[in-house]
Write a protein that binds this ligand. Structure first.
Ligand code: F6P
Length: 521
């Protein structure tokens, strides 16, 4: 049976009525004053993540209606279809099974009888590949002659591993440096190569398709640099992480670690694309990362909707985007180690849900993905927080904090935590100053995600939480969160323009492109 899109449900109309009747004038200060239990009512434990949702513009009635909306859109059935391996990526006729990459191996008998038997064959492939990749990671870790690991990849083949290697720096081997080259701007690769020597560098060419122009250009230049510097042993100094092993072999790489078309690029951190992370933190650490994500998968798969954190966050996203009309969400990790989290989440949210048609290709009469942006705290406080506190647009903000510091420098962590609490408090409370320059309107919403400690397991859980909340809003919006046709047109046009930059041929181009092309030559 076809699922209903959010705007086709009775709950949608009820939410609209409730928003008009009082939702839009909801006041956080009054809500706390009127309900001593609000913090407990709107906070939630999930694996490795504690979430305080109480500083959001949401009351029990609105949340109950949002939960009705989820039921009426058959969110649970859609979630179960993903976990059953159905081809929910309808425009590409693919299953969506990144969760399988973090599922523990089951003993053979149990596997045959398991409720997830649809995916048992894939699961055994996952574990065979994982074991091989982790064995390789351990070899590289033990190889003292390799001092530099250079990941060449872009989008999902860069943002996830880069974010995770930075986040887990405390757990990383000290004997190696990790570099990430994504941009086709040669300055990036040149800058990295200037720090490396061919005999002590391992290049990981990470590309799901092994056709992405930026990655191929960088990989070819790296290979030329390696050979020009006397490098001979490509097998030892290059490995490919890809679903397209044939293309990797044609490139000359024999050490390959595969994955499958049912892993979307932005969901591929858990696959062979995670190899730089595995080299950094080791096989045990990488398995902990997977286990943390799996714990969150199980929470999402089994917890009742009302106590299901990815569901509650995804519903809040719909509430803010479609009823309050908030066009963006800011993400503020109060953890320097999580400094690439906003960039990672940008791809996750906006490439998944930045869609204007539903799964039938029909234009949507409502808004979808918000703009996601942010910087680590406290840095953001000294830059754009002015706008968050006193600007004309309300931007919900998601704080991520870590209770235990990963260092022993006295005083710093208390200062950091005091700041994150103070910002959330100030945004909510505001300050009355007769409406002038020093006036803070307050009532500005925030979510507070708290990890006890930043570890491989807690990072895995945090990322899986974000993946699933994106699934929830996408499911309600009735869109396919797992394709990305919107990135194609620009790629095609760049192919046409590149030779014109050499020849100067501007025939058929619009006036602006032609004018700029002439100036650039
Ligand atoms: O162009 C967008 C995109 O396809 C992303 O979805 C993907 O993560 C990135 O490019 C890199 O793709 P690949 O891993 O195939 O090189």
């Amino acid at each position: 049976m076809k699922r209903l899109r959010c705007d086709q449900t009775p709950a949608w109309a009820a939410l609209q009525a409730s928003f008009e009747a009082g939702g839009k004038s909801f006041d956080l200060r009054e809500a706390f004053a009127g309900d001593a239990e609000r913090f407990f009512r709107f906070s939630q434990e999930a694996p490795y993540v504690f979430a305080d949702l109480s500083k959001n513009l949401l009351d029990v009635t609105s949340e109950a209606l949002l939960l009705d909306l989820a039921v009426q859109c058959q969110l649970e059935q859609h979630r179960d279809a993903m976990f059953a391996g159905d081809r929910i990526n309808s425009t590409e006729q693919r299953a969506v099974m990144h969760f399988l990459l973090r599922q523990p191996a089951l003993p053979a008998l149990e596997q045959a009888q398991s409720a997830i038997k649809n995916t048992a064959h894939e699961l055994s492939q996952v574990h065979a590949t994982l074991d091989a990749m982790l064995a390789y990671a351990e070899e590289v870790r033990a190889d003292e002659a390799i001092t530099d690991v250079v990941n060449i990849g872009i989008g999902g083949s860069d943002l996830g591993p880069q974010m995770a290697v930075l986040a887990l720096g405390e757990f990383a081997t000290t004997g190696k440096r990790f570099h990430f080259v994504s941009n086709v701007d040669g300055q990036e690769l040149a800058g990295v190569l200037a720090q490396c020597q061919p005999h002590s560098t391992l290049f990981l060419v990470a590309s799901k398709t092994f056709t992405t122009n930026e990655t191929m250009s960088n990989a070819h230049s790296a290979k030329r640099w390696f050979e020009a510097g006397g490098g001979r042993d490509i097998n030892r100094h290059f490995a490919a992480l890809t679903t397209n092993v044939v293309a990797a072999n044609a490139f000359g790489i024999r050490s390959t670690f595969g994955f499958w078309d049912w892993v979307g690029g932005r969901y591929s951190l858990w696959s062979a694309i995670g190899l730089p992370v595995a080299i950094a933190i080791g096989a045990v650490g990488f398995r902990e990362l997977l286990a943390g994500a799996h714990a969150m998968d199980e929470h999402f798969r089994t917890a009742a909707l009302a106590r299901n954190l990815p569901v509650r966050l995804g519903l809040l996203d719909v509430w803010y985007r479609n009823f309050h009309g908030f066009g963006s969400r800011s993400i503020a990790p109060y953890s320097s180690a999580l400094r690439r989290l906003p960039a990672y989440l940008q791809q996750l949210e906006m490439e998944s849900n930045g869609k204007r048609v539903d799964t039938d290709g029909q234009p949507l009469p409502f808004a979808t993905a918000p703009v996601l942006w942010g910087e680590p705290g406290t840095n953001g406080q000294h830059a754009y927080f002015q706008m968050l506190h006193q600007g004309t647009s309300v931007v919900p903000i998601e704080f991520v904090a870590v209770r235990k510091a990963a260092h022993g420098l006295p005083g710093h962590h208390e200062q950091l935590l005091a700041n994150v609490l103070a910002q959330a408090q100030a945004l909510m409370q505001g300050k009355n100053d007769e409406g002038g320059h020093r006036h803070f309107p307050g009532n500005r919403p925030s979510t507070f995600l708290l990890l006890d400690q930043l570890t491989p397991a807690s990072l895995g859980a945090l990322i899986a939480l974000q993946e699933h909340r994106v699934f929830v809003s996408g499911a309600l919006w009735g869109i396919n969160s797992f394709d990305q046709w919107g990135v194609e047109l620009g790629k095609v046009l760049a192919k046409d323009i590149e030779p014109r930059l050499r020849s100067g041929d501007t025939s058929g181009l619009d006036g602006s492109t032609a004018g700029l092309l002439q100036r650039l030559r």
